[in-house]
Ligand binder design. Structure first.
Ligand code: 5RP
Length: 252
């Protein structure tokens, strides 16, 4: 069983010819070692979490796991789990989740995350925030010094009503950090991308980090029109990183 303390476990290095997808699968399989029969499991979204869902269904088929109930964090994961025959429920019926497993777009040394570049941040935050344990699975490319100031965007889910007004307010909020706020478009670029909840996403591109993350979070959530943002502060309990030097498991 994986360690429950805050120490780092380093396994032997994997072969150097592994692809990024191999590393994602290695991290995901390691996380599934935390799953026990009878648990309610939050099923994450994205190319890394997909491997965890596949692995859970494999162990169910082999009879090595029993009586699992999955709570999917997106319609995509719902469809994957249904196709694999994993029994499903939701937070209304199971408000306490034993364990969630999901990927992330960025992870800082305190295990604060950016999530939602796949657009599922609201359901992910609801389900992972309701979890006793939330295991984040990433390949090493996702590790950053500061979230939300380094490379890509911080997603914010907004209501469609006057979304350009909300976009402008968000940009203004982080003007000092060199923010450009862009409405996320569907591939092809003609119409806005729509989340599973019927909302839009505004991506915040920042030239510098946003400073106090808790203050930034509160300021975003205070704006009328904002539903949720993709900074997950103090929610992750465990981080699994697969990299060229091996797999590390770390508790917050
Ligand atoms: C979706 C997410 C994903 O977990 C995140 O984008 C990471 O995805 P991937 O594992 O494909 O890199 O937050 O909303």
């Amino acid at each position: 069983n994986p360690s429950n303390d805050s120490s780092t476990v380093i396994n032997s290095p994997p072969p150097s010819n592994l692809t990024q997808d191999d590393l994602k699968r290695i991290a995901a399989y390691k996380a599934v070692e935390f799953v026990e029969s009878g648990m309610v499991i939050g099923l994450g979204t994205g190319s890394t979490a997909k491997h965890a869902v596949d692995r859970i269904s494999e162990l169910l088929r082999e009879g090595k796991l029993r009586d699992i109930i999955g709570i999917p964090t997106s319609t995509t994961t719902h469809e994957q789990a249904v196709s694999l025959g994993i029994p499903l429920s939701d937070l209304d019926s199971h408000p306490i989740v034993d364990l969630s497993i999901d990927g992330a777009d960025e992870v800082d040394p305190s295990l604060n995350l950016v999530k939602g570049r796949g657009g599922s941040l609201l359901r992910e935050k609801m389900i992972e925030g309701a979890s006793k344990k939330f295991v984040v699975i990433v390949d090493e490319s996702k590790l950053v010094k500061y979230i939300g100031g380094s490379r890509l965007a911080v997603p914010v889910e907004v209501v469609p009503f006057c979304c350009d007004f909300t976009r402008g307010k968000l940009e203004e909020l982080f003007r000092e950090a060199g923010c450009t706020a862009k409405l996320r478009m569907k591939s092809g670029g003609e119409t806005a991308a729509v989340t599973d909840n019927g909302n839009y996403v505004v991506d915040l591109y920042l030239e510098r980090d946003m400073g106090d993350l808790e203050a930034a979070s509160e300021a975003i959530l205070r704006l009328p029109g904002v539903v949720e943002h993709g900074m997950f502060l103090g929610i992750a309990t465990t981080l699994i990183v697969a990299g060229k030097s091996g797999v590390t498991v770390r508790d917050r």
